[in-house]
Design a protein around this ligand. Structure first.
Ligand SMILES: *Cc1c(COP(=O)(O)O)cnc(C)c1O
Length: 375
């Protein structure tokens, strides 16, 4: 098999123009305002509101702290249960536990890898207070079904939308569902501000609480009103984000071409499944996952190893499942029998290199390599 001379990673960060970023840094040096809701912070918050089409955006230093604050802002009863997915990044169950709440894992569905509403329904107990869904790989959760269940049982709904930047269902932003939606602006995400994150929400009553929690609960010079934390995005992050926001559409267009090529080349390979994006949903183009079926000649792990030998660094997102992590593996809901679909997807999934600069030629070569390994 051919080998790339340089490693091809699963993603590469989008970077702003260096000279433009230099001008922003000059302004920060002139103003000497480095953090605490400065001019760049205000500008980014405002621009994101328009870009995403949501009424409220609160910026954070990273997505994990944003999600931590989202759950805190809802004042869920101590020790109550939050139903979530095991097929996600570690931050999702961790913020539940850090809030003194109990994560309960429910299974996912085969098509979108998001929470299976029927599994969520079965996981509800008198102690359940919330559902924390993840729009994994940008596939929206079954928002209407989840929210109907939540309404029936008096539960809050929060979404981890770290992979769903700019995703829309119909013409409505993904941030319009649930009480709160978290976005991550980490370097590896479609839109990045070095590190960063945001909460999107509709209810104006949440705004003051979120601002308090984000800044130590400080209301004024002589008043601390709440047990807050430091979740503030600094001016360098915000300036970087403002410039990168101008590049999102272009980056998505480049990724859309790679997506189409991968689909065309891979969908016909026996033993591979390329998940379909639901109709009426805009793809964020955050990741390109495939499934190497367990029944096929080659296992996912062999494909991963053979590609690595060719200098192609795919990622097994999200293997291992969060339910197998040391702090969670003893939970009753972590039992493999409770999570058959998640366990099977975790053994089959592989995320391919996917970023604008990859280019169509390299993407075509990677697809050929996969065909060769699978035949
Ligand atoms: C990246 C990510 C996070 C955490 O975001 P950070 O900005 O890195 O803190 C949370 N959940 C998911 C699903 C993620 O991919």
């Amino acid at each position: 098999m051919k080998k790339f001379s340089e490693p091809i990673y699963v993603t590469r960060p989008v970077l702003p123009d260096r000279a433009e970023f230099g001008k922003s840094i000059d302004k920060i040096f002139e103003s000497q305002w480095l953090t605490n809701m400065g001019a760049f912070h205000q500008a980014l918050e405002g621009e994101l509101k328009g870009f995403l089409g949501v009424p409220h955006v609160s910026l954070f230093n990273n997505g994990a702290i944003a999600l931590l604050v989202a759950l805190k802002a809802l004042s869920l009863p101590k020790n109550s249960e939050v139903i979530t997915t095991p097929f996600t990044f570690a931050a999702t169950p961790h913020v539940v536990a850090w809030n003194g709440l109990r994560p309960v894992f429910a299974d996912i569905d085969r098509e979108t890898f998001t929470l299976d509403p029927e599994a969520v329904r079965r996981a509800i107990t008198p102690n359940t207070s919330a559902i924390l869904g993840v729009h994994v790989f940008g596939f929206p959760c079954h928002v209407d079904a989840l929210e109907a269940i939540a309404k029936e049982h008096g539960l809050q709904v929060v979404y981890d939308g770290a992979h769903a930047f700019s995703t829309k269902i119909g013409d409505r932003s993904i941030g319009r569902w649930g009480a709160l939606t978290m976005l991550s602006f980490h370097a590896t995400k479609l839109f990045n501000s070095l590190e960063g994150g945001a909460l999107l929400y509709d209810d104006p009553a949440l705004e003051q609480r979120i601002k308090d929690l984000r800044n130590f609960g400080i209301r004024g010079e002589f008043e601390v009103s709440d047990i807050g934390i430091n979740g503030k995005m600094n001016e360098v992050q915000a300036a970087f984000g403002l410039l990168n926001l101008r590049q999102v559409a272009h980056e998505q267009a480049l990724r859309a071409e790679i997506h189409a090529l991968y689909r065309r080349e891979l969908a016909t390979i026996p033993g591979l499944t390329v998940p379909n994006f639901p109709s009426g949903v805009s793809n964020s183009y955050q990741y390109f996952p495939i499934l190497v079926k367990r029944t096929s000649r080659m296992s996912r792990d062999v494909v991963y190893d053979r590609l690595r030998e060719a200098n192609v660094w795919t990622r097994k997102y999200f293997y291992p499942l969060c339910s197998t992590y040391v702090p969670y593996r003893e939970l009753p809901s972590s039992a493999a029998e409770n999570l058959p679909v998640a366990n099977s997807i975790a053994d089959e999934v592989l995320c391919l290199p996917f970023y604008g600069h990859l280019g169509l030629e390299a993407a075509g070569e990677i697809a050929s390599m996969i065909r060769e390994v699978m035949s």
